[in-house]
Design a protein around this ligand. Structure first.
Ligand code: GTP
Ligand code: MG
Length: 195
């Protein structure tokens, strides 16, 4: 999709704050600092619309981005950040679970993993949880620019094996600075949102 108009419409914690327009929604989940905001920025052709930072755990709310008055991207705060307190983690868990299990407009979840490493226990748990709730999921292996091209197949196989996938159809190697994988991610999103 050619994106010209994007607007952060809501930073929500509570379902009462979710947008009421009814556009399809695509959520972005993944470990803190994995690159969710960076991926979102590449998809919408902005350098730094969604806030990115080298400091993990920055995004604390569900951020709804209106994309072209056609769909919402929902930037979900990252999991697995050790330095947040137990009560904060529980609050986070409840907020995410409520959104992911109760949102009718949610059409698909883009689940990010770090291409350089095997998926973490948290990544695997998140994937299994999404599968359990039958949420269409795309695995995006980001920061792929940080490993040699020759290691890409191995990274994809590792993800397939760790997540227990039947095939590699829904795994995409991505790089934010090089914009690799952008079209493939967009194709999947458009299929889920409008297909
Ligand atoms: P939280 O909002 O804290 O959960 O983090 P996030 O998942 O939104 O990560 P963010 O997009 O803020 O990126 C974290 C750091 O990783 C930043 O320093 C980015 O510049 C860097 N980064 C993200 N994607 C890539 C990528 O594809 N390649 C490289 N080399 N760096 C990346
Ligand atoms: Mg972020």
């Amino acid at each position: 999709m050619e994106v010209n108009h994007v607007e952060l419409v809501m930073s929500a914690v509570d379902p009462a704050q979710y947008p009421t327009t009814g556009y399809p929604e695509i959520a972005f989940v993944g470990r803190s600092n994995v690159g969710k905001s960076s991926l979102t920025n590449v998809l919408i052709n902005r350098r730094s619309y969604a806030r990115t930072s080298s400091q993990p755990g920055k995004t604390q709310t569900l951020n709804f981005y209106n994309v072209e008055d056609k769909l919402y991207f929902v930037d979900v705060p990252g999991y697995g950040y050790a330095k947040v307190s137990k009560s904060e983690r529980e609050k986070w868990g409840q907020m995410i679970e409520t959104y992911l299990t109760q949102r009718d407009q949610l059409r698909g979840v883009v689940s990010l993993v770090d291409a350089r490493h095997a998926p973490t226990a948290d990544d695997i748990q998140m994937y299994q949880w999404l599968a359990y709730y039958d949420l269409p999921t795309l695995i995006v292996a980001t920061k792929s620019d940080k490993i040699a091209r020759g290691k890409w197949n191995q990274a994809v196989s590792q993800i397939k094996k760790s997540m227990g996938l039947q095939n590699t159809n829904n795994i995409i190697m991505f790089s934010a600075p090089k914009k690799i994988g952008k079209d493939a991610v967009w194709n999947w999103i458009e299929d889920q949102a409008f297909g």
